[in-house]
Design a protein around this ligand. Structure first.
Ligand code: GN1
Ligand code: MG
Length: 369
């Protein structure tokens, strides 16, 4: 394997207390930013960090992004301390400031870097593999939202405006279909037809919001299974990570991402979509875990519409993956051909399952406590 250029090691030294860098290795995390695990000497001894180069093609306002993260993590850490939560250091990301004192570092070539303390002895799962994991993860996201529910003003920055505007996402798909830059539209006619036939879903959450049935809160906006670290020994959820899309949003979108990523065992990019099977037992565990930690948070209307969140976000994600496939894979990182098509198909298959089992899912939420 080709070795990494030394740039990340140089960047790590731009952060407070990093004296010398012992080891830098690429770290697999997410589809967007580049991540590295760094071991470095500090005045307190060798420490491990997660260094990330922020993808500024997508996150065009890194200063605002980091201000959101800085304020939110400080708030969560203070609340955990006040509650004397055990193991509090491993339950919230901690931003390491740059030597300048800023929460991120802008390199002379214009690239943006940030660093977190690495959460040791933790793992992330790319797919749900047990009802117990799903319950832990649902509870962890619920607790995360609860801890942020009293974040003092000002309102967080909208890091990516219209991020969960599903109608706008569908419009972007239509543009991609008509431009057809990668020449793939003919081959995905079935997928396009399916998503058009379900276009009602694109307005569902926006309508609820417009009617005043649900309102804005601080939301994670990428509440998928791989964004919860679990303890390597106990398998219990430890820490919610990937705070890049933390901004005003809907709790229904977050629960929707949990449904999307935790109610079937197949990976998001499983090439055989027939392996995508809705696990009602996983959904029940998810609802139980999430409702346990959001009892005081959710309004009756939010609770009633949790199942809608699952449908809409799964739909939106299918639309986004297919758009990227049609655009020639320019947004999501891919490691093999047709990965975005496989991703599209798993989401479509799961959506079909969520729609055909809608009544059972609603009953599970009604009965969960
Ligand atoms: C992207 O980079 P990552 O894996 O955290 C995306 C999410 C999608 C997700 C699908 C900024 O997140 O919206 O739901 O992929 N993030 C952005 O796995 O677009
Ligand atoms: Mg993300």
């Amino acid at each position: 394997m080709q070795s990494e250029p030394p740039v990340p090691a140089l960047m790590a030294r731009r952060f407070q207390n990093v004296d010398d860098v012992v080891l830098v290795e690429p770290f697999r995390a997410g589809h967007i930013n580049d991540s590295y695990r760094v071991e470095a000497g500090t005045p307190a001894g060798t420490r491990v960090f997660l260094l990330q180069r922020i993808n500024t093609a997508i996150f065009t306002r890194p200063v605002e992004l980091m201000e959101n993260i800085q304020r939110s993590t400080a708030h969560i850490a203070a609340r955990l301390r006040a509650a004397r939560a055990p193991d509090a250091d491993r339950k919230c990301l901690r931003v390491i400031p740059a030597r300048t004192g800023d929460p991120a570092y802008r390199a002379p070539n214009g690239s943006w870097w940030r660093m977190y303390a690495f959460i040791e002895n933790s793992r992330c799962r790319l797919a749900a593999d047990s009802a117990a994991l799903v319950e832990f993860a649902g509870a962890a996201f619920g607790e995360f939202l609860s801890l942020l529910s009293d974040l003092p003003p000002p309102r967080l920055h909208e890091v990516i405006p219209g991020f969960h505007d599903t109608r706008q996402r569908l419009a972007a798909l239509e543009t991609a279909v008509s431009r057809n830059v990668a020449g793939r539209a003919g081959a995905v006619a079935d997928e396009i037809r399916f998503l058009r036939s379900r276009s009602r879903l694109a307005g569902a959450l926006a309508d609820l919001r417009q009617r005043g049935a649900v309102s804005e809160r601080v939301a994670h906006n990428d509440a998928k299974i791989s964004n919860v670290l679990v303890d390597a020994q106990t398998g219990e959820a430890l820490c919610v990570v990937d705070l890049d899309t933390l901004m005003p949003g809907l709790v229904l979108s977050d629960f929707g991402d949990m449904v999307r990523s935790m109610t079937c065992m197949a990976a998001e990019d499983e090439p055989d979509a027939s392996r995508v099977k809705l696990r009602l037992d996983f959904f029940e565990s998810l609802a139980r875990g999430f409702l346990r930690t959001t009892r005081d948070l959710l309004s009756p209307a939010e609770r009633v519409h949790l199942v809608d969140g699952g449908q809409v976000i799964t739909y939106e994600q299918a639309v986004r993956f297919l758009t990227d496939y049609l655009n020639g894979d320019t947004y999501y990182r891919t490691t093999r051909p047709d990965q975005n098509l496989d991703r599209t198909r798993t989401q479509i298959r799961l959506l079909e399952e969520l729609l055909s089992h809608e009544q059972e899912l609603r009953r599970i939420v009604e009965c969960a406590h």
